[in-house]
Design a protein around this ligand. Structure first.
Ligand code: F3P
Ligand code: MN
Ligand code: MN
Ligand code: MN
Length: 534
């Protein structure tokens, strides 16, 4: 008999999604943005006797979601700060803020800059435990650490512990709100547009805010939102037409799938990526439900074989629902291949079908484990599960759907799964398992990372969850280093790698925000797609 995941229906009414629109697509707003940008550029380049003020300006620009508008200006400003760094204060806040901004933008800076804040035993000095601003900056900086950086590990533990303590005391309401927000998730892990929503509201309350910077942030947010609205509205029509949302065993999650694509690459000029990537994610989720919920092992073997050979001649051996999913996959891959051929002069289909085949083989391996009751070790599990999460396919799409020119050199490189792509895949898997495994096991599924670790070590669930959470931190350290490497590709693909991990962390932060999206995911999506700033 077939399993059923009993997923809740979509929270979104697709007629409403189809009609999402705003008037921020009008030309006059774009002209206002250009004027405000000139203003902010002047501020970024202005001579200053207070380098800390410049750093804080750059921090605000980042949190307001505006980094992408000022890449060149920010680099120049940092270069100037570095040339004159002797003027920078010696306090924890300025040191940590500078460190974080340097690492964020790919500059070399050693953890040793924090040595002066530690005592003879290497511990952070106790009197810093009261410096809430310094601790916040130290906390945020600590997430940019590399493997083996013991001072950064200490910094993270010290800052987290003392910020939690300070929350018990009498911080001002505004400060307490900021500390909560930081402890909830560090800035480095946050999606820029999700953070922008929170920070625009916060910045508005700030006494020394720069009015034109705030104005620009809101206007830019609203204009980009109007681009995103058009995309999701077009996709809603596609999704309703293709009808996969009506399958009895699969998740009907078009808008949430759009959020995945939007988190990976959000720049307004990449509509084509988000359009096709959302379709791919819809298919990943539906195919995943065929393997996890609906299909018999025999059917899944046939499905995998057809995808592997990229041949649908014998499709009638499969039952109707599965056949529908398979054909939808072939059609979508061909549609994407057609677009790429016309727009980029490149036949991507051989590469794309290989990615799909790898994914389906990883799904099949899990299905085989499930049906035989096999319990893999954590290593064995993670090797396969970091493929079966689908991140590699998504990242591959992010490359060829955003690159101006697709090169065989870059494709060969991607094909070898470099660490910069493997780490995000591990991160999506670990955070997905932390969020989804209780439902999956209740329905019937293989052991996930937490349970494999329990099985390997005999540890309790609590200890095992902590272990998996530690792995998340360790994997980010590797990724932080990878992000400084040089590659045969550039932006926006480079940032797509950490961004897909951030998207996953946003979905699974408090549980299964993908399968059960009516809580925090819904709120993020309303801000992203429905409510403009006034
Ligand atoms: C594969 C799935 C998801 C994860 C989606 C990840 C993307 C699109 C990069 C939705 F469909 O979750 P799920 O928890 O069921 O995956 P799993 O691999 O655990 O079955
Ligand atoms: Mn699943
Ligand atoms: Mn699965
Ligand atoms: Mn899962």
């Amino acid at each position: 008999s077939r399993r059923n995941a009993n997923y809740v229906p979509s929270f979104w009414d697709y007629n409403v999604v189809k009609s999402l629109s705003s008037n921020y697509d009008e030309k006059k707003y774009e002209m206002q943005v250009e004027e405000l940008k000139e203003d902010v550029k002047r501020l970024i380049h202005a001579e200053t006797d207070v380098p800390l003020a410049k750093l804080e300006l750059l921090d605000s620009v980042h949190r307001l979601g505006l980094n992408y508008q000022f890449q060149k200006d920010i680099k120049q400003a940092i270069d100037r700060i570095c040339e004159a760094d002797s003027q920078l204060g010696n306090d924890l806040h300025s040191t940590a803020l500078l460190f974080r901004i340097l690492r964020e933008h790919g500059y070399t800076v050693s953890q040793d800059v924090f040595q002066k804040f530690t005592d003879e035993t290497g511990k952070f000095k106790a009197n810093l435990g009261e410096d809430v601003k310094g601790l916040c900056s130290l906390y945020e900086a600590s997430f940019y650490g590399f493997q083996g950086e013991d001072i950064m590990d200490q910094a993270k533990a010290f800052a987290s512990e003392h910020l939690k303590n300070l929350l018990q005391g009498n911080l001002s309401p505004i400060m307490a709100r900021k500390v909560h927000h930081a402890l909830d998730m560090p800035l480095h892990w946050k999606l820029p547009r999700v953070e922008a929503v929170w920070y625009i509201h916060t910045y508005e309350q700030e006494q020394n805010k720069i009015p034109n910077l705030l104005k620009l942030a809101k206007l830019d947010y609203n204009i980009v939102q109007s681009v995103h609205q058009k995309e999701v509205s077009k996709l809603a029509s596609w999704w309703v037409d293709i009808g996969l949302g009506n399958l009895p065993f699969a998740r009907d999650r078009l808008v949430e799938h759009y959020f995945w694509a939007n988190g990976i690459v959000s720049g307004p000029e990449y509509s084509a990526f988000r359009d096709m990537a959302t379709k791919v994610i819809c298919l990943i989720t539906t195919v995943d439900d065929v393997y996890d919920v609906y299909g018999s092992l025999e059917e899944l073997k046939l499905f995998t074989d057809y995808v592997d050979r990229w041949d649908i001649t014998e499709i009638d051996k499969l039952p109707m629902h599965i056949k529908t999913v398979l054909l939808a996959m072939f059609n979508t891959v061909n549609e994407i291949g057609y677009w790429t051929m016309r727009e980029r002069d490149f036949n991507i289909i051989p590469y794309l079908r290989k990615q799909w085949a790898n994914l389906c083989k990883a799904y099949l391996r899990e299905a085989t484990w499930y049906h035989s009751g096999y319990k893999p070790t954590v290593e064995e599990y993670m090797e396969n599960a970091s493929v079966s999460i689908g991140g590699l396919l998504m990242l591959f799409c992010a490359y060829f759907l955003t690159a101006d020119k697709i090169t065989v050199e870059a494709l060969d490189f991607i094909d070898k799964v470099p660490s910069i792509m493997w780490c995000p895949s591990v991160l999506i898997r670990l955070t997905n398992d932390l969020g989804t495994s209780s439902h999956e096991l209740a329905r019937g599924d293989i052991l996930k990372a937490v349970q494999c670790y329990m099985n390997d070590t005999g540890s309790s669930e609590e200890v095992s969850r902590k272990h998996v959470d530690d792995l998340v931190h360790e994997t980010w350290k590797i990724l932080n280093k990878d992000l400084l490497g040089s590659y045969p590709f550039s932006e926006p693909f480079l940032s797509a790698n950490p961004n897909i991990a951030r998207t996953s962390q946003t979905f699974y932060q408090y549980g299964d925000g993908h399968g059960i999206p009516q809580h925090w995911t819904k709120d993020h999506l309303k801000s992203l797609l429905v409510e403009p700033f006034t």
